[in-house]
Ligand binder design. Structure first.
Ligand SMILES: [Zn+2]
Length: 162
């Protein structure tokens, strides 16, 4: 079986948009106060596989809530990250991107700034390529045991799918 990249479609799409009840349960479990705007931002983030920036989320959610400010989106993303409901993707040249998929998976960063998820089976293979002895050596030399492994692969322009 050949693994294929999950390419983001032209725009954001509600492929896995959670129901309001699911959003409220996630907020409740995380101890996060829920507001209509926070719920809308989180639902939009969950629905996107494009690892959107705050600005992109703002554009997306503002369509249904013209009063939503960019500052509220930033504050919401801070709160979501602090509550463990999403994460910031580091070292992305096109600005900070966010991911509500908290499973261990590998990102492929394209020259235009897009970030793709590698297929789960390929991600697992990459993540398991770190020998346990090397992980133990990293922990012993730095004093910080590894709790998870994040990998970003940067694609050369000639290699980028279109
Ligand atoms: Zn991702």
């Amino acid at each position: 079986m050949t693994a294929r990249l999950r390419l983001p479609r032209a725009q954001y799409f509600p492929s896995k948009e959670p129901a309001l009840l699911e959003v409220r349960e996630a907020f409740h479990r995380a101890g996060l106060r829920h507001t209509r705007q926070r719920e809308a931002v989180y639902a939009a983030l969950c629905a996107s596989s494009a690892h959107p920036t705050a600005e992109e989320l703002h554009e997306l959610v503002r369509g249904g809530d013209p009063g939503l400010s960019l500052a509220t989106v930033y504050n919401t993303l801070d709160a979501l990250c602090n509550a463990g409901l999403c994460r910031r993707l580091p070292n992305v040249s096109a600005g900070c991107r966010f991911d509500a998929d908290l499973s261990d998976h590998v990102h492929l960063v394209l020259p235009d700034g897009r970030v793709l998820d590698l297929p789960p089976e390929v991600s697992r293979e990459v993540l398991h390529a770190l020998p346990p002895a090397l992980a133990a050596r990293i922990a012993s030399t730095t004093g910080f045991p590894l709790v998870s492994l994040g990998v970003q692969l940067i694609a050369h322009p000639a290699d980028s799918p279109t």
